[in-house]
Design a protein around this ligand. Sequence first.
Ligand SMILES: [Ca+2]
Ligand SMILES: [Ca+2]
Ligand SMILES: [Ca+2]
Length: 217
Amino acid sequence: MRLLWSLVLAIPLLSLLLTTRDSAAMAPAPQTTVGVIGSTFATSHEGWQVVGDAQDGASIPDWHSTGGNLGGFIAAEDDVVGGTWYWQAPAHFLGNRLAAYDTDLTFDLRQSETDSQFDAADVLLIGNGITLEFDTTQNPGTTWTSYRVPLHEQGGWTVRATGIPPTASEMQSVLGNLSTLWIRGEFRDGSDTGSLDNVQLHGFHATTVIFLPFVLR
Ligand SMILES: [Ca+2]
Ligand SMILES: [Ca+2]
Ligand SMILES: [Ca+2]
């Protein structure tokens, strides 16, 4: 009786397995496409915020429809009350961004004046309790300046708590649960206006089709 029931159950499962194999054989080969999460500010500030002493304490930047490194861009004015203000990425840049590991974060910056410059961390990534800092080699000019930041442990990052580069595991841990992405907005002692355009987080691999085989036990 038990054997009979096993056969009754096994035949439809075998049939399903064969059907699945046929589908797999007929399906197009799994392919990988590289996507991008980005902000071009074509029609709005796209959820980007200002943190720190800018915009009279408000978090919303000014959106401009033209004058960007094509089309719209966002800008904010320093309040000059101490501290350094940053651009804060909206939620859709955050979360599990492990797919961006070993790719780049790119963005364009501009500032109103280039005298009286000061140094500070230029990009901050926070995830799983680890804060990573990146120092770019030069501050932006008064025209749009493009940056490419490698999302790799050997790309120039340091762990804020220790001042040494992250391990691969730490880099991946941050990207795997990214809670904060900040880009520095001000570079000058005294009053200044900073602008941002074309933020892109690269390397999203999608469209991998997987057929899981049935296992009969
Ligand atoms: Ca733009
Ligand atoms: Ca300031
Ligand atoms: Ca300033």
